[in-house]
Write a new protein. Structure first.
Length: 409
């Protein structure tokens, strides 16, 4: 028992930190949407909030990786948590000017865009290779729990307090997250807290871009899987952006029916994550990525061809259930096959491309709905996802590439 406690002490602390931050982010996300809509009464004003995140990623990720791979990850995570918490607290006091809200949300998302690859780099260094699949399955369980618990807490806070109170709760959660991170080990003791980070110049960014390109050429198989999965995520985002309109116009759901549908998707994620966490030792990474992503696309196909609530429920439950497996497999594969020395730069550059594709795909799908019926556009997106995941299945099942999916060092 002592060995088990020692083995899981720091991963458990990290999971607690992730859980607190995830719940807080959902509360913040819902509260911000409510505040902006109440201020303006405009769906477009709310939609801009969704565009700000990929724009912040585009602004950040070309140079963010250059910083991440050269500084102490633990210290950077603490600083970014404090910055986000402070900006969110400022946001709660600036709700009377819409442009100030957008500006603060942009700055918050810049910090988030840097934090995410920093966190991946830190987790990869901290968690041993053989422990990563279990850790990622538990993380998926926490994220799915936050998906259900966060909105529930947010709704409760809206009843007893204003949405501003909910936003302040997220600021507190991030301060608490920074405090918890203080107790995490320093996985880069060789980097002094006072060490000078190389000056960020255009030449440094160019050199780092060359490193990413060279790595992508050398490990083409790894990066093909990474890119295919990223495009798969992009297509999910594009289709999800039409979800509300599709549910109301094609399936003729009421607001309450739509909320039930979203809850069914959340339940699917939660059950899938729970099963994944229990049987993680029996599930291979190649199975998780290939079959998990394929079943997600099948779930989207069922949803796209739905004409009634029951069929749509089956589709969203299946895609939510399978998403837990696909994400666990992908994150484990990513951590196992990309060296920690360059993982920040790889994640940032490919994150930049993903954000760019999200903006293009979401805008394109929105434009297509002005030409074609919305059902046609959603079906098209689901078919593209199915083709992508079928290709991913064929690539991952190559017998000569099995060593890329091994959980042992």
């Amino acid at each position: 028992m002592r060995k088990v406690v020692e083995y899981w002490r720091y991963p458990a602390i990290l999971l607690v930190r992730i859980g607190i931050a995830s719940i807080g982010s959902w509360i913040y996300f819902l509260a911000l949407n409510v505040i902006v809509f109440n201020m303006t009464g405009s769906p477009l004003a709310v939609a801009i909030l969704y565009i700000i995140k990929p724009l912040a990623t585009l602004f950040t990720n070309l140079w963010g990786g250059s910083v991440i791979d050269r500084v102490n990850k633990k210290h950077l995570m603490i600083i970014l948590d404090i910055i986000q918490a402070t900006l969110i607290a400022c946001l709660a006091m600036s709700i009377h000017a819409l442009w100030v809200i957008y500006l603060l949300v942009f700055l918050i998302n810049i910090a988030t865009s840097i934090f995410e690859p920093t966190s991946v780099s830190y987790v990869t260094r901290l968690i041993p290779r053989e422990q990563r699949q279990r850790f990622n399955s538990l993380r998926s369980l926490l994220d799915s729990g936050a998906f259900l618990l966060g909105p529930a807490i947010g709704a409760l806070l809206f009843l007893v307090e204003s949405p501003l109170y909910a936003i302040m709760m997220n600021a507190f959660a991030l301060y608490l997250s920074a405090f918890i991170t203080l107790f995490m080990p320093n996985v880069e003791k060789h980097i002094s807290p006072n060490a000078t980070t190389p000056r960020l110049t255009l030449n440094l960014i160019k050199e780092d871009l060359k490193v990413v390109i060279q790595f992508s050429r050398r490990f083409a198989y790894v990066m093909i899987i990474y890119f295919l999965f990223s495009v798969f995520i992009v297509m999910q985002t594009a289709v999800d952006s039409l979800e509300v309109s599709f549910a109301k116009e094609v399936i003729s759901l009421s607001d309450s029916d739509y909320l039930i549908l979203v809850s069914i998707a959340g339940l699917g994620i939660l059950i899938g994550s729970f099963i994944n966490a229990i049987f993680t030792k029996k599930l291979t990474i190649v199975f998780l990525i290939s079959m998990g992503s394929l079943m997600v696309s099948i779930g989207y196909l069922i949803f796209a061809f739905s004409s009634q609530f029951m069929m749509a429920s089956v589709g969203v439950f299946l895609l939510g259930f399978s998403l837990a497996f696909a994400n666990t497999g992908f994150y484990t594969f990513y951590q196992n096959n990309i060296p920690v020395e360059v993982i920040g730069r790889i994640g940032s550059i490919y994150g930049f491309l993903e954000a760019l594709l999200v903006i293009i795909a979401t805008s394109l799908f929105a434009a297509l709905t002005m030409i074609f019926p919305i059902k046609f556009v959603v079906v098209l997106g689901a078919i593209i996802m199915f083709v992508l995941t079928s290709i991913l299945l064929l690539i991952t099942l190559q017998p000569t590439k099995r060593h890329y999916f091994s959980t042992s060092a």
